[in-house]
Design a protein around this ligand. Sequence first.
Ligand code: HEC
Ligand code: HEC
Length: 220
Amino acid sequence: MSKQPTTRLALALALSLSTGAVLAKTPSAAIPPAEYESHIQQAMSDSKTLATTAHAGKRAAFLCLYCHGEDGNSVQENIPNLSGQNPVYLLTQIEKFGDGRRNDEFMSGLIKALKSEDRINMAVYYSTMRPNTPISKDAALVAKGKQRYQATCIGCHGPKGHGNNTIARLAGQRISYITEALGKYRSSKSPRTDPVMTTVARSLSHSDIPAIAAYLSTLK
Ligand code: HEC
Ligand code: HEC
């Protein structure tokens, strides 16, 4: 085991203690799932509103940059890029960490302390940034991954891996995070489950996963 997880946890704790001033004393009530899309649409309704939202999101996102990078391009293995991700999907995952539908030792506590407005602003900010991830140079692996992706994943995640409001963007995602996420869906002990993805991930062979992850890193 590397020392990294302990360091990360210590940092997350230090952040949440030292930044009490920006965090809500009493977190606002969760946003009802039926309203995720309308909140995001409102926050991006015209170019001026979008610029204001993204600016506020960038300011609030200083809490996140140690792990997700300043522009949402993750700076650590196993941590997802948030850049270019669909904003409604981002808000949904933030809300899931906030109410316990998704759990992670680093994310859950931090998110619980954020106000609804910051959650929306951050989701919009990251969605406007561009993924810039290291891409696989193993042409044979990428070709195998392309074939497996097109056979199994394309119907939901789309021909370019861009996803939609409820389905994650996978294009340009970190190889180590895709591998880890699929491993979590496959495992019966993981806190991350999704009826569809659990079934899909369990249908993959061990050699499919690195191939698909390599292919996804090459998509723009
Ligand atoms: C200490 C490191 C750390 C910090 C700080 C951190 N995150 Fe994360 N984040 C993670 C990890 C690790 C995951 C993957 C968790 C999992 O596998 O379920 C994650 C996942 C996410 C996801 C889900 C992405 C996806 O593709 O499903 C979102 C959204 C997110 N973080 C937003 C934030 C926001 C907003 C902040 C700042 C308020 C933040 N994170 C701060 C480590 C961190
Ligand atoms: C029937 C639709 C469907 C199919 C087919 C599908 N997915 Fe998904 N995928 C989803 C949904 C919905 C989510 C979001 C689930 C959640 O909230 O945890 C998701 C999430 C994911 C995630 C997590 C992304 C993140 O940012 O955390 C990965 C990785 C993923 N899918 C990979 C794949 C791969 C690889 C395939 C093909 C082998 C595939 N999916 C096929 C619907 C699908």
